[in-house]
Every structure is written in structure tokens, then in C-alpha cells.
Design a protein around this ligand. Structure first.
Ligand code: NAP
Length: 460
């Protein structure tokens, strides 16, 4: 296995990297173990100096970082720049707030006094995906390093230059050796690492398949873990929605990052009264997107991350059609070099179609027409995933009622799943468990220790 940087815009291989030998991996784990002994003793203020410096450097190097992402996984350059800036904001957020989030919490026992304190647990192993090649790294680095843990990171094999850039960022920010370590390792080596007694926690963001494999290994070894997996978010349009606003969010929600977002809108559920108008406007807007060089700011449709992502997605569409779905628009690769897929809308996806319970990780929307709000909620909940979702209505109280009834980790009213450093991110069901970001995100890999003081007599 090797880590390969291939530009999906033209199929050219940029660079190939070998995986670590077992001896090289051992040396990195040993360095992380040594680093933890020192890092855990540092004050929050001392940790924050390095984190804030990393954030500053990221802001200063936005273009350099953004270009690497665009080159390796085809993200449109303006989206890549926004991702780099956002990643820096996450680091800053934890530099500024970690101490407050992890401050001792006073308890009220009937006798004596007690508090809970939060301490780091040690080496945390993180397996990360390519679709947000910097943001995903910031989501673990910000909270867990500020909590006093040290990180070993296995990034996706198609974004090795992004992986190296983030590792170097921390070195440039003055991080001690072993604090943040990128690992080019195989799945087999990852599995072994999860079982290694020196690893105390495991965080994975990726597919259901990868999550199940790594979570099983973590469970077998009694390691605390968090899993941020796939989704098939419902986008519910009620009859009193502002249609123009809903269509704009629909296009953005399905097409941002060329549709390769875990919490993208994937199932469009529209109440009968607005269904034809919505579909008409949605289809027109999707058809207007133009494929082009993702390095060019004028491009509105970039390639998928790899040729294999494209062929897998095309197969998924063919399977859906073989089971009765209709292709309203798109469904094919775009006739030009690069991993480009036509924006696609599928209708007539019935519950017996494998597409109904699957995840389209690219520009493929499933459209469903329902009679009313109750049917919309029932359909939204008829999913194995439970990441996010959104609802469009001009009646905010109604929107909140619907949001409460949809079984997911996140719901958005009149806007779509977006992420902020302050807001916890994560799902339920096959979308995984645990939360990243916000105050909750920093609590995942810390020891919550009870300390009690009481003048009690020992029982005789
Ligand atoms: P993937 O194949 O699961 O890859 C994600 C990471 O897991 C990569 O680093 C990959 O390494 C690694 N991996 C895969 N199988 C593994 C195994 N058996 N053992 C150890 N490591 C393994 O996912 P993807 O297709 O690249 O990413 C898309 C998926 O991620 C979608 O389902 C998406 O919804 C989900 N996602 C979820 C979130 C969230 O926050 N909930 C965010 C982003 C993406 P290699 O590259 O070396 O295979």
C-alpha cells in the first residue's frame, strides 16, 4: 500500500509516499509516549501558545494550504481557502477556551466536599478522511492537544501532502517532537495500533465500514472511542417554506465540496404543494453548474476526489436505476478528462431499492414527494443513518417541532448543516457516536476524576 497524491482534475500523479516500516512506526509511538510525559504537565497557557501559533501560521499560509487540497482532492479553491481559515479558527477557539471547558466542577455531596477534575488520558490515535483534509485534522488537534493528550494521525491515503503540511505546521509552531505525528501506515498497522496498550483513545471519521472495523477493535481492547461516520441527511421542505431560499440551500447543501460531505443534504423530501416548483427550480440550478479547473475561482463544479470515487458512485447510480429509480437529470460522468460527475437527481427510489438506505457521496440527490409534515418526518426517520438534517418553513416554532421529531444528532431550520467551532458535531445510529467541536468535543478523551474530601469515620 502507498500514499499517493493524484490530481483528480487531470489524473496526473504528483507524488507517492511509502508506508512506514514497523520499526519506523515503533519509533514514532515511542516519541509520542515520551512527549506525553512532558506535555501533560504543561499549563493550559503553555499549550495555548503553540496552538495559537499554529492558527496564526495557518491564516498566514491560506493560499499555500488551500492549493494542496485542491491539487490532491479537487476541492474548489475558494472552498479550500475557507476550509483552511476555518481550521485556524478551530485551533484558536480551543486555545482560548480549553481551560474553561476542563475546569474542575464542584459537586454537592451530603457530607464533605467533592469535585470532578478533567485530566488527559495519553496517546490518542485518529483516523481521518480526505474530504476536509485540514478541517478534520483541526477538529481533533484543537481539543485533544489542548486537553493535554498527544496525537498520532492516520490520514486518508489520497491526501498525503495535506497530511504532511499539517504535521509540519505544528513543528513550525514550536510543538515538541511527538506531540502531533502523521503516520503513513496500512490498515493492518492501524489495527495493531488500536490494540497497542500505549494508545488510550481512538477517534475515527470516515465510512461505516471503517468505523465498524476500528470501533470493534477499540471495544475489544476497552479503548474509549468516537466515531464520526456517514449520513444521508433529509432536507425537508414544508408547504409554507420560502421556496427560493430552500432551493438555494438545496443546491449548496447537495453540491458543496462536489457533494462529498458527510452532512450534505442527500434526501430531498418535499410536501406535495411545493414539490413540482421545487423540483423544477432545483433541476435548473443544478444543470447550470459548469465543470472546470478547481484552481479557477470561476469554476462552479469541481471533480470528485479520485477516479475510484467516481466509478463507485456511477455504479451506485446504475444499481439504483436497476432497482427502479428514474434519473431526472445527470447520472453519467462528464465527457472530459478528470473525475467529473454530472449533477444528478433520482426520483422513484422505493424502500426496497438499495439506494434508499445508502449514502451517495457525491453530486447525487434523491427526491421524494410526500403529502404532509407527518409523512415527511416518517420518511426522514426511515434511515439507518442519523447525522443531521434540515427543515424549511416560515413558521419557526413549527420548524423546531419538526426538528425535535427527526432522529439525528443535528437539525437545522431554514439553513443547512454547517459547522462552527462552538457547536457540537456528530450523529446517532450508523452515523456513529461521540461529538467533535464545542465544549462536548474536548470532553471525549479526558479522564473525569472524582475527588472527595470528608471527615468520615471508617466503618468498624
Ligand atoms: P473511508 O474509506 O472510511 O476512509 C476514512 C479513513 O479511514 C481513511 O484514513 C482510510 O484510510 C481509513 N480506513 C478505511 N478503512 C480502514 C480500515 N479497515 N482500517 C483502518 N483505517 C481505515 O471513508 P471515505 O470514503 O474516504 O470518506 C467518506 C466517508 O466518511 C463518508 O461515509 C462520509 O460520510 C464520512 N465522513 C463523516 C464525517 C463526520 O463527521 N460524520 C465527516 C467526513 C466524512 P485509507 O485512505 O488508507 O483507506
Amino acid at each position: 500500500m502507498s500514499y499517493q497524491s493524484v490530481n483528480p482534475y487531470n489524473g496526473k500523479t504528483q507524488q507517492t509516499f511509502d508506508t512506514l516500516t514497523d520499526q519506523q512506526l515503533e519509533a514514532k509511538v515511542a516519541a509520542a509516549t515520551e512527549c506525553y510525559k512532558v506535555w501533560r504537565q504543561k499549563s493550559y497557557a503553555e499549550r495555548a501558545v503553540i496552538m495559537a501559533r499554529a492558527a496564526e501560521l495557518l491564516h498566514a499560509r491560506v493560499d499555500e494550504f488551500a492549493k494542496i487540497a485542491t491539487l490532491e482532492m479537487g476541492k474548489r479553491i475558494d472552498e479550500a481557502r475557507a476550509e483552511v481559515d476555518f481550521s485556524a479558527r478551530i485551533l484558536t477557539y480551543y486555545a482560548q477556551n480549553a481551560e474553561r471547558f476542563l475546569a474542575p466542577v464542584k459537586l454537592d455531596p451530603t457530607q464533605g466536599e467533592a469535585h470532578m477534575e478533567s485530566s488527559p488520558i495519553g496517546l490518542v490515535f485518529c483516523v481521518e478522511p480526505w474530504n476536509f483534509p485540514f478541517y478534520q485534522l483541526a477538529r481533533v488537534a484543537g481539543p485533544h492537544l489542548m486537553a493535554g493528550n498527544v496525537l498520532l494521525i492516520k490520514h486518508a491515503s489520497c491526501v498525503p501532502q495535506c497530511a504532511i503540511a499539517f504535521d509540519e505546521l505544528f513543528a513550525d509552531a514550536g510543538a515538541p517532537a511527538g506531540l502531533y505525528t502523521n503516520l503513513f501506515i496500512s490498515h493492518e498497522q492501524s489495527n495493531k495500533l488500536v490494540s497497542d496498550a500505549r494508545i488510550k483513545g481512538v477517534a475515527l471519521t470516515g465510512s461505516l465500514e471503517a468505523g465498524s472495523a476500528i470501533a470493534a477493535k477499540a471495544g475489544q481492547n476497552l479503548k474509549v472511542s468516537s466515531m464520526e461516520l456517514g449520513g444521508s441527511d433529509a432536507f425537508i421542505v414544508l408547504e409554507d417554506a420560502d421556496l427560493d431560499n430552500a432551493v438555494k440551500w438545496a443546491v449548496w447543501g447537495r453540491m458543496y465540496n462536489a457533494g462529498q460531505t458527510c452532512c450534505a443534504a442527500k434526501r430531498f423530501i418535499v410536501v406535495e404543494e411545493l414539490a413540482d416548483q421545487f423540483l423544477d427550480q432545483f433541476q435548473t440550478a443544478l444543470s447550470a453548474l459548469e465543470a472546470g479547473d478547481p484552481m479557477d475561482e470561476k469554476t462552479t463544479l469541481g471533480p470528485l476526489s479520485t477516479e475510484s470515487s467516481l466509478t463507485d458512485l456511477l455504479k451506485q447510480v446504475d444499481t439504483a436505476v436497476a432497482h427502479g429509480a428514474k434519473v431526472l437529470i445527470g447520472g453519467k460522468r462528464i465527457d472530459r478528462p478528470g473525475a467529473f460527475m454530472q449533477p444528478t437527481i433520482l426520483t422513484g427510489v422505493t424502500p426496497d431499492n438499495p439506494a434508499f438506505r445508502g449514502e451517495f457521496f457525491g453530486p447525487v440527490a434523491m427526491f421524494f414527494r410526500v403529502e404532509n409534515e407527518d409523512q415527511a418526518i416518517a420518511l426522514a426517520n426511515d434511515s439507518d443513518f442519523g447525522l443531521g438534517g434540515s427543515v424549511y418553513t416560515q413558521d419557526i416554532e413549527r420548524g423546531k417541532r419538526v426538528a425535535s421529531q427527526v432522529e439525528t444528532g443535528m437539525m437545522f431550520i431554514n439553513n443547512i448543516d454547517w459547522t462552527d467551532p462552538e457547536l457540537p458535531f456528530g450523529g446517532i445510529k450508523n452515523s456513529g457516536y461521540g461529538r467533535e467541536l464545542g465544549n462536548m468535543g474536548i470532553q471525549e478523551f479526558v479522564n473525569k476524576k472524582l475527588v472527595r474530601v470528608a471527615s468520615l469515620s471508617a466503618p468498624q
